[in-house]
Design a protein around this ligand. Structure first.
Ligand code: ADP
Ligand code: MG
Length: 523
């Protein structure tokens, strides 16, 4: 902060910031409404500007603005002065009238309250009216000339220099996921050793800290992707199938107002040691800033089967396939929940939005957990959850009873894991319904489809889940088939009202692993 230029810069940024933070304002709009046939008073709105009233000594004119006599009239014009029309807080050029002109016209800019331009500035009486001669250009003293002409020009020059300096400084400032502007691929120093296929890419990302690719490489990859088609829409934006060097990738595009969500999800994916076969593989994050708007990309592996929700909707499954889906999804959840100790360790993470739409089905019929946008990590040293959060998150239909009634203890990280397990129990129920044995199966349905509306409110869910303590129905046929019987037992033990009584993710995974081994023996 010793550098005077830097101090000047911060001062200017402060002024700019105050200017940016100005609130929206309503003003009277009356464009020449006192001219014959002029428009009546209306209202205009300016987000960060001023209300303005202008008074002008004029000659009588017709509705086209043509002078019709020498008779003097006073005209009043009221309007909004928008941000782009002035230069710096309090120094709007449009609001400035030379002292010498104030007998001909005057302007008043205000922003203290809505419609403050009902007040009109005064005109200075003409010199003739004061008994003297009307002022003319020849009355201006050299000092006044300096004040009227030279000062505004100097102010403009200074402001331009500061703006250029600020702009250059902003461009150079390092930002998350914003390495230096567009790298020419061939001149990028990393390119010589850069991966050319997804497989190489994974080997690369594992070789460092185990938390993903260097940012420069992430950006280069992002800039080489061609978007092909939309494959999904979710809470924040669109998910596209893209193509990188002939291979499919998924690109989740966040609108710029969701920068925090994008940043958070990219951050969670890059947690050290998170990479796991049952967690969606992260490739890169990039923010493309074209000067006026920013597009935020999150690039991951692409799975043509789409979500578990899509998959189960499309088809029924065999018991083997059911166990495979359930076991691998449980594997993903168990890995998320597990804390790995050591220098290269991983914190425990809770997902907080587990549901069939946030689990993807890979080509080999296994699952991976996606959409980590709401996930929270646990710092076991301080025993703190890593972000401020609210218990009212996630998808209402899948919310655990303690989240619905607000009784969840958010200081206690274990609570979040238990809420995940409840949601996972509902996913197990969705999977089991599609298991076809002897040609018998249930149609695909979302949990509680029969007791709440399609977009249930918190109140709807609270009544059913907390009040009536209802849970999805277990069909009778499940009791006659070993794998479905185990699934039924597991889900019931996931959705106890008492969260402490629920199974852990590890227990679920182990039970399903046992079931998978039995299935393998049958084959
Ligand atoms: P949101 O955070 O907006 O809910 P998601 O990450 O859950 O976004 O993605 C929304 C949908 O897009 C998913 O339910 C799924 O259908 C599809 N989708 C997301 N990622 C992939 C992917 N990697 N491969 C295939 N489909 C995907
Ligand atoms: Mg989602």
């Amino acid at each position: 902060m010793d550098n005077p230029m830097l101090r000047l810069f911060f001062f200017c940024m402060l002024i700019l910031c105050i200017w940016q933070c100005a609130e929206g304002l309503q003003c009277i709009e009356c464009q020449y409404c006192n001219r014959p046939g002029g428009a009546p008073n209306t209202t205009c709105y300016t987000a960060k500007g001023y209300c303005m009233s202008i008074i002008v000594r004029d000659k009588e004119k017709d509705k086209n603005g043509l002078r019709i006599s020498n008779k003097e009239v006073i005209r009043i014009n009221r309007q909004c002065l928008h941000k782009k029309e002035f230069i710096l807080e309090g120094r709007a050029l449009m609001c400035h009238v030379s002292e010498l002109m104030k007998d001909q016209q005057n302007v008043r800019c205000c922003k203290d309250q809505d419609f403050c331009n009902s007040v009109v500035p005064e005109l200075r009486p003409l010199k003739s009216e004061e008994g003297g001669k009307q002022s003319s250009g020849s009355d201006i003293s050299p000092m006044e000339m300096v004040v009227v002409i030279a000062l505004p020009i100097m102010a403009l020059v200074v402001i331009t220099i500061v703006a250029v300096y600020a702009y250059c400084y902003c461009r150079r400032r390092p930002r998350p996921y914003a390495p230096p502007p567009d790298q020419n691929v061939d001149t990028n120093p990393l390119m010589g050793s850069q991966p050319s296929s997804l497989k190489e890419l994974y080997d690369w990302s594992q070789s460092g800290s185990g938390s993903g690719l260097p940012l420069l490489v992430q950006r280069t990859i992002a800039r080489q992707i061609r978007l092909c088609e939309i494959i999904g829409k979710g809470r924040y934006g669109e998910v596209w199938r893209g193509n990188w060097r002939g291979e499919n990738v998924a690109v989740k595009i966040f609108p710029s107002r969701e920068e925090r969500s994008w940043y958070r999800e990219a951050e969670i994916y890059q947690t050290v040691m998170l990479r796991h076969e049952n967690i969606l593989g992260f490739i890169a994050a990039d923010n493309k800033d074209n000067g006026t708007w920013t597009q935020l990309w999150l690039i991951t592996d692409y799975y043509e089967n789409g979500s578990l929700f899509d998959y189960l909707n499309r088809q029924t499954i065999s018991p083997t396939s059911m166990i495979r889906l359930a076991h691998t999804a449980a594997g993903g959840m168990a890995h998320l929940h597990m804390e790995i100790l050591g220098a290269q360790g991983k914190p425990a993470i809770a997902h907080r939005d587990l549901k069939s739409k946030n689990i993807l089905v890979k080509n080999n019929g296994t699952c991976c957990i996606a959409d980590l946008g709401l996930a929270v990590g646990h710092n076991s040293k301080t025993d703190k959850v890593d972000i401020a959060n609210s218990n009212r998150v996630g998808t209402k239909r899948y919310m655990a009873p303690e989240c619905l009634d607000g009784s969840i203890n958010m200081e206690h990280f274990e609570s979040f894991k238990r809420a995940d397990v409840y949601s996972f129990g509902l996913v197990l129920w969705e999977i089991a319904r599609r298991c076809s044995v002897g040609g018998i199966f249930e149609e695909f349905q979302l949990p509680y489809y029969d007791v709440v509306p399609s977009d249930p409110s918190l109140e709807d869910m609270r009544k059913i889940v907390c009040g009536d303590k209802q849970r999805p129905a277990i069909p009778n046929r499940w009791q006659n088939i070993e794998s479905l019987r185990v699934m039924a037992r597991l889900m019931k033990e996931c959705w106890y009202s008492n969260s402490a009584a629920r199974l852990t993710a590890l227990r679920i995974r182990k039970t399903l692993a046992g079931l998978a081994d039995q299935e393998d023996l049958k084959i």
